[in-house]
Design a binder for this molecule. Structure first.
Ligand code: AMP
Length: 225
């Protein structure tokens, strides 16, 4: 064994679901296979076919935290999660690539039949439930609409149905969840996709190990380096 080699594997932070599923082909493009599925395995640390790389499985909103503090060298997180994280934890994360995966839109949605334009035109205060309070505050601030924001951690679609809020700000992909709950999108706020983020210290100290993976991710996602 070459003793000058770093024996600690690189750590990549991913969340279960779309981010995990859509990162697998990018890892394969880097010649790395993942044999265990976090949906069926209860393990939070997963080996890969490369002894030089392991995965940790964390909540989507925790991916930037693990990478920022260096517990993971790099990670994959949605732009929605990153934008909210950056407001409270600026700096410390290098964001080199838009991975072009986990696409969706951040939208304002209301109950079918709710006259959003009229509510906004009247200048009445709108009650808005969302996980994305910073993005929502910015959006309605730009429009000059007064809002009372209610922070939720999930199932935002329920809020307008039970009178908790007039509107929600949420992610929409196929639109099926909105339709199933008799909600309609009334405004697009921004397009979302997942980004690669890298710990700034790791970028300097482990550049030679990270570089081939980052390059393969960039090529496979069509990102221009
Ligand atoms: P859909 O029914 O396909 O429009 O998906 C909407 C539901 O999936 C909502 O609960 C969203 O919060 C969630 N969702 C959609 N796209 C994403 C994404 N890229 N990342 C995380 N959650 C998403």
């Amino acid at each position: 064994m070459n003793l000058t080699e770093n024996p600690k594997p690189l750590t990549l932070a991913l969340s279960k679901g779309r981010i995990f599923d859509e990162t697998l082909p990018l890892l394969e493009a880097a010649g790395i296979q993942v044999t265990e599925n976090p949906e069926s395995s209860r393990k939070l640390i997963l080996p890969t076919s490369s002894p030089a790389l392991r995965l940790i499985i964390v909540r989507a909103t925790d991916v930037p935290t693990y990478v920022q503090y260096g517990a993971a060298d790099f990670g994959v997180a949605g732009k929605d999660v990153l934008d909210e994280h950056t407001v409270t934890h600026p700096g410390g994360l290098y964001q080199p690539i838009d991975l072009n995966i986990a696409h969706c839109r951040m939208c304002v949605a209301v109950r079918e039949g709710f006259d959003y334009d009229e509510a906004v035109r009247q200048g009445s205060r709108l009650r808005v439930a969302t996980k994305y309070v910073h993005a929502a505050r910015e959006h309605f601030g730009r429009k000059g609409v007064h809002v009372d924001l209610i922070k939720l951690y999930g199932s935002m679609e329920l809020a307008p149905l039970v009178g908790l809020a007039d509107a929600i700000v949420d992610l929409v992909s196929t639109g099926n969840t909105l339709r199933a709950n008799h909600l309609v999108p009334v405004e697009d706020i921004t397009n979302i996709s997942a980004r690669l983020i890298v710990n700034q210290a790791a970028l300097k100290t482990r550049d030679s190990e990270l570089r081939p993976i980052l390059d393969a991710f960039a090529r496979a996602s069509g990102a221009v380096q």
